[in-house]
Ligand binder design. Structure first.
Ligand code: SF4
Length: 360
């Protein structure tokens, strides 16, 4: 294995905790373990996720890179060469570039931007996602936004107190929120963020408040949720892992907020007394509390709250019923509603049909 390949293997292993695709998308190609591959992720498929520097002088308690002394690094030119080689062979289709912070933040942020600039100068016109480091300068965020398709800065936690418990060196307001506001101004509609669920013992009610505030003020195109995993050798090694289903429920809740017209208040009502989601699809929980929806009269917003009906399905139902009323399950199937889940939550003009349950 060449030195560049060794670096690639080590620095992609360290970079795998930064998400660029939702849910359980991270599947490694068997013969190229440094590539995050997700066939359903469109531009995100065959993404090389890698760190520029494998060492970091920060001490975030959940992170494997923390206080890492090994000076394993790519220079911007080296990483550009390595990536372009893989891209030209068709092995990778995009680059997600982040970094540990072994020295001054500004120097490392310059290097991330420089890597992107080299790639663009050398004709790379594919997908490029650059991570904005906590405390980065406004000018570097401006340059990152210019050169990259997408930029992101991770919130990690829901508040200054919560972050203080797991990453005391970062100032939540100054290093993260202030920089995130700049990110949003420099790359509107093309920036993301990420939470590490459970590392700081926050409740889902706290996450919900923070997520709602993000979509209202900052407008990230996506929010990613990673379930905390205790890593050996870190201060949180004995902390319980966050179950994977919590992240799955958060992706479902996030879709409801972004695409289904569900409000934070609606979701708050499905949290338990301690402020947590149960391991159940929040849309199912919301639907179970509502009267069955009449598919012939319900507004689009109410159709969207029926399990099994998404935005396209709701639009097809509206189109069908403009021609004639839907008379039964066969019409739902005609509208592309295939999930059995819809059956017990709909009527066709006042009749809640047991038959619906059986046929769908
Ligand atoms: S800043 Fe914190 S989370 Fe980022 S690489 Fe360094 S120790 Fe890890």
């Amino acid at each position: 294995m060449s030195v560049a390949e060794q670096k690639l293997t080590r620095l992609t292993a360290a970079g795998r905790f930064d998400l660029c695709c939702p849910g359980e998308c991270i599947r490694m190609l068997s013969n190229a373990s440094h590539i995050t591959y997700n066939p359903r992720a469109g531009g995100c498929g065959r993404m090389l996720k890698v760190l520029l520097h494998g060492a970091c002088s920060y001490d975030c308690a959940y992170c494997a890179v923390r206080l890492q002394k090994e000076r394993l690094s790519f220079s911007p030119g080296e990483l550009a060469d390595t990536f372009l080689g893989l891209w030209q062979e068709g092995i990778v289709g995009g680059l997600f570039l982040s970094s540990g912070i072994p020295r001054d933040v500004d120097l490392v942020m310059h290097e991330l931007v420089e890597t992107g600039e080299i790639l663009r100068r050398r004709g790379y016109d594919g997908y490029l996602h650059l991570k904005v480091l906590p405390g980065a300068a406004r000018a570097d965020i401006h340059d990152a936004a210019r050169v990259a398709d997408r930029i992101s800065i991770n919130l990690e936690a829901t508040s200054p107190d919560r972050l203080g418990g797991i990453a005391g060196v970062k100032d939540y307001r100054q290093d993260i929120l202030k920089r995130q506001a700049w990110v949003a101004e420099e790359k509107p509609g093309h920036h993301t963020t990420q939470f590490v669920l459970g590392a700081a013992d926050e409740t889902d009610a706290e996450v919900l408040s923070c997520v709602a505030d993000q979509y209202r003020r900052i407008r990230p195109s996506r929010i990613y949720f990673s379930a905390f995993r205790a890593l050996p050798g870190t201060p949180l090694a004995a902390h319980p892992d966050t179950p994977g289903w919590r992240a799955r429920r958060w992706y479902q809740a996030d879709y409801l907020l972004r695409d289904y017209g569900v409000t934070p208040g609606d979701l708050r009502a499905v949290l338990d007394e301690e402020g947590f989601f149960a391991d159940r699809d929040p849309k199912e929980v919301l639907a179970a509390r509502r009267c069955p929806v009449n598919v012939n009269t319900a507004p689009r917003r109410d159709l969207l709250l029926v399990p099994g009906i998404g935005p396209k399905g709701a639009d097809r139902i509206l189109a069908l019923r403009r021609v004639r009323p839907l008379s039964g399950p066969a019409d739902l199937v005609r509208a592309g509603i295939r999930g059995k889940a819809a059956g017990r939550h709909v009527t066709f003009g006042g009749r809640e049909t047991v038959q619906t349950r059986l046929v769908l």
